[in-house]
Design a protein around this ligand. Structure first.
Ligand code: NAD
Length: 291
């Protein structure tokens, strides 16, 4: 059994990106720039946005955070998005979710210029992913596929079960792994809260991607010997010392001995998700997807 070290791969990719940024700057061009919009006072969102800004500075990108209070109007946000869309010095724009309840998430995400949509949430980019065209692949699916590639894990012809059908994880990763690509060429089954006989379906899988957000859901009797298990789930529980403990969707101690490869939580998919945003921002700066 091999533990997939997402943290190590993520630091390797960070160095690769930092080298590219140095090259870009040595040619006299400006550094790639990511803008983030943060509305409201959600502490988790504040942490996420700050870590994204930190990641940017570590690879030599510049970043800007636009903060709005909980009472911000949809129009105010859309005006700021339009301003950023028109700013040639900004390559990528992300809107941190969730937004305050009175704001329509879809109106806001649609307002982002798809050429700057480095989260890959705009229908243009999600649609291109569906068609197998070059696009900004959303962060977690992008990170998972990169792990398969970097560990040379064979996916062709394998039975892959994805548990979870969200627009940001389950469905895009299922789509990517079913495409005629490497990694890819899997026979994919998507399972969700209404799936029957989920245990049997999982027990036949060569690859299981657990993305449902239920702590330690996947247990040893649901996993066949030699399977590859990718644990996307993150459940936060507050410890007595006030710090948070992160638990994945996989009962790691009992499942790991049966696997050929498994990702831990933390240190598996999480760091790769953060890297994907940097990769997409670099693509935007280089105008790799849209000229
Ligand atoms: P979501 O709540 O949008 O979707 C969860 C999906 O799981 C739904 O499609 C639902 O049908 C399915 N589901 C729920 N209970 C189920 C059950 N008992 N059996 C089968 N299917 C069930 O969640 P999401 O945004 O896709 O995130 C999933 C998990 O991944 C969460 O824990 C989230 O925190 C985590 N996550 C981690 C990263 C990362 O970087 N590691 C990134 C994104 C999300």
């Amino acid at each position: 059994m091999q533990i997939i070290d997402g943290k190590k791969i993520a630091s390797e990719i960070k160095l690769e990106i930092a080298n590219e940024v140095r090259e870009i700057i040595s040619k006299g061009q400006r550094a790639p720039c990511l803008a983030a919009i943060l509305a409201g006072n959600d502490p988790a969102s504040e942490t996420y946005v700050n870590s994204k800004a930190k990641d940017c500075s570590e690879v030599g990108f510049t970043s800007k955070i636009y903060r709005f209070d909980e009472q911000v109007t949809e129009n105010e946000l859309i005006n700021k998005i339009k301003e950023i869309n028109a700013d040639d010095n900004i390559d990528g724009l992300i809107v941190q979710l969730p937004l305050p309840e009175h704001i329509s998430e879809s109106n806001i995400l649609l307002a982002v210029d798809y050429k700057k949509d480095v989260d890959g949430f705009h229908p243009q980019n999600a649609g291109r992913l569906m068609l197998g065209l070059p696009t900004y692949v959303s962060a977690t699916p992008c990170g998972i596929v990169e792990l398969f590639a970097r560990y040379n894990i064979e996916t062709s012809g394998k039975n892959c079960v994805v548990i979870g059908r969200s627009n940001i994880v389950g469905r895009p990763v299922a789509n990517l792994l079913s495409q005629r690509t490497t990694p890819g060429d899997c026979t994919v089954t998507i399972c969700h809260s209404r799936t029957k006989k989920l245990k049997e379906i999982c027990a036949n899988a060569d690859i299981i991607i657990a993305a449902l957000g239920v702590a330690e859901f996947l247990q040893a009797d649901m996993v066949k010997d030699g399977a590859v298990v990718i644990d996307v789930g993150i459940t936060r529980t507050k410890k007595q010392n006030g710090k948070y403990k992160l638990t994945g969707d996989v009962k790691f101690d009992e499942v790991a001995p049966k696997c050929s490869y498994i990702t831990p939580v933390p240190g598996g998919v999480g760091p790769m998700t953060r890297i994907a945003l940097l990769k997409n921002t670099l693509k935007a700066a280089k105008k790799e997807i849209y000229k």
